[in-house]
Write a protein that binds this ligand. Structure first.
Ligand SMILES: [Zn+2]
Length: 164
């Protein structure tokens, strides 16, 4: 009961604020292309820098998104990937890092229908570095793994490509 109430209140809280993640997000369209040359390798992009706000404390979050996918039927332009990530994560967006990591993964999984997808976000939350517990160097890392990236050797390859 208590948990349900919290979630409900959060949605209401979000609705009263503009712009929303969802509204920002509608501004960006994705155009996928057929993977006619049948590329089966990894496409890795990182780091994609961002700044956003913590939904709980309304202070800044600064971080990087690490993106990788193995195409299936479709591929997508690289700058489109960045634009879409930026429409989830921009200076005015109020986010929960766990939620936005999942949303980005869900979105690309649905649109690209890839063989695999891996989204990592590493970020510094000012609510942790500048106030409260004051952990200046503490980074929060979230990771959403889909499809072939459950294979550890493939994740190892991508960490090399990302230079993580
Ligand atoms: Zn916070």
């Amino acid at each position: 009961m208590v948990e349900l109430k919290i979630i409900k209140d959060r949605k209401k809280f979000q609705k009263e604020r503009v712009p929303q993640i969802g509204e920002e997000f509608k501004l960006t369209k994705i155009t996928v292309e057929e993977n006619t040359f049948n590329y089966q390798g990894v496409v890795a992009l990182a780091p994609i820098e961002f700044s956003a706000k913590c939904e709980h404390h309304l202070v800044s979050i600064h971080g990087n998104v690490y993106f990788a996918y193995v195409p299936g039927r479709y591929i997508v332009g690289l700058s489109q990937i960045v634009r879409i990530v930026e429409s989830f994560l921009n200076v005015t967006a109020e986010i929960i890092q766990e939620e936005v990591t999942k949303k980005i993964a869900d979105y690309f999984e649905k649109k690209l229908q890839p063989q695999g997808l891996w989204i990592v976000i590493k970020a510094k939350h000012e609510c942790m570095t500048a106030r409260g517990v004051r952990q200046r160097n503490c980074l929060t890392t979230t990771s959403e793994i889909r499809g072939v990236f459950w294979q550890q050797d493939l994740r190892q390859e991508v960490m090399g490509l990302w230079k993580l």
